[in-house]
Design a protein around this ligand. Structure first.
Ligand code: SAH
Ligand code: SF4
Length: 357
């Protein structure tokens, strides 16, 4: 059992307040987030006593990698063990490959998105989601969220100054762990740390309306994604029991109040399940529901797993659904099933690991 505090749990200000002299906080942040050190001993420019005292009180390696799966499309899925033995997943998604000009010079670098978990398990209990099946264990701390990205960058030799995007779309409901998630956003964004601007971070929620408003009041500048998945309350309740507490109207009202960056849109995720929510009448309702909201829709193929009654929709139905919306002026993309061969949807790697035991 870990008794030491996780140093990544601290914002730079908090760190500066807890050590003397305070200016060392910037150096420590540099070692952790730019040089990816795994021990305090490696922090060469710190005085010896300080390194010893940090070592005594903190850990800089709160997660242990226990599994990695490589996908043919360049995506990689990681399973990490926490100090208490629980495991969480994070995924590196290769959004665009590195490309070269004819003369061999680099046209553009790879573009990465990291998908991170915010809880061990989830309380929300969506019928289609594998994470929900294992129940809820506990919230992650800000440092445990931050560490997923640091380890992935380190493991893939992604230099500190290379831009990555973050999506809180792994295991757990981020807004059910609002305090730690907000803190992690700030640690990620710190210019002396990973410097991942808040407009590169997207928080996805099953629609806890009151928490959406609370997040909005933080004025962080993060992007919002709503897991809508159904356009009428009856169906949504059967797919997502949380809809009994926060119905569709309450979500739409909360979204309308959310501060959205001028160049951004609120993303509505719509998991398409064959014969459940893939008919054109749903597309029609979706269009009217989003009227007046600066939104974009992301259609997701349901990714089947053993024991589920739900089915993946056909490509044709998916395209028809998309076309209905785009022809009427709504921004709508179909999410490429990144890493499909390694069970793209979060919760699925952990499930394999547990069932193998
Ligand atoms: N709890 C938050 C955060 C992300 S959950 C939320 O629900 O928004 C993980 C994402 O995976 C959600 O967008 C969910 O719709 C999607 N997902 C869950 N099960 C899936 C499956 N079997 N196939 C495809 N996507 C799935
Ligand atoms: Fe939780 Fe999101 Fe899975 Fe629903 S889809 S159970 S909110 S992780």
């Amino acid at each position: 059992m870990q008794t030491k505090k996780i140093i990544q749990d601290l914002t730079r200000e908090e760190l500066a307040n807890s050590i003397k002299p305070a200016f060392r906080a910037k150096q420590i942040y540099n070692w952790i987030y730019h040089k990816y050190v795994t021990s305090f001993d490696e922090m060469k420019n710190l005085p010896k006593e300080m390194k010893l005292s940090l070592e005594e009180n903190y850990t800089v390696s709160p997660l242990k990698q226990v599994m990695v799966q490589n996908s043919k499309d360049g995506s990689r899925k990681y399973l990490y063990e926490l100090h208490d033995g629980h495991t969480v997943e994070a995924v590196l998604l290769l959004m665009r490959d590195k490309e070269y000009h004819e003369d061999g010079s680099v046209k553009h670098q790879e573009r990465y998105t990291v998908c991170i978990s915010s809880q061990v398990g989830c309380k929300v209990g969506c019928a289609f989601c594998l994470t929900a099946k294992g129940g809820f264990m506990r919230n992650l701390t800000a440092g445990e969220i931050v560490e997923q990205v640091r380890l992935i960058k380190q493991d893939n030799n992604i230099a500190a100054n290379r831009r990555v995007n973050l999506v809180y779309m792994g295991m757990g409901e981020p807004l059910d762990n609002l305090k730690e998630v907000v803190k992690s956003v700030k640690v990620f964004a710190d210019v002396d740390g990973m410097a991942i601007a808040t407009h590169r971070q997207t928080i996805s929620t099953s629609g806890l309306s009151s928490k959406i408003e609370k997040l909005g009041r933080e004025e962080l500048g993060v992007n919002l994604a709503i897991s809508l998945h159904a356009v009428d309350d009856d169906l949504r309740e059967t797919l997502m029991p949380i809809n009994k507490a926060y119905n569709i109207k309450s979500i739409i009202d909360a979204v309308k109040k959310f501060p959205v960056n001028d160049r951004k849109r609120v993303m509505f995720e719509y998991l398409v399940i064959k014969d459940v929510n893939d008919d054109i009448s749903a597309a029609k309702k979706l269009l009217s529901l989003l009227d007046g909201i600066k939104s974009k829709v992301n259609l997701i193929y349901f990714n089947p797993y053993g024991g589920t009654e739900f089915k993946r929709p056909s490509e044709m139905d998916m395209k028809k659904f998309q076309e209905y919306l785009t022809l009427r002026g709504l921004h709508c993309t179909i999410r490429e099933s990144k890493g499909l061969d390694i069970s793209a949807a979060c919760g699925q790697l952990r499930e394999q690991e547990t069932s193998a035991i």
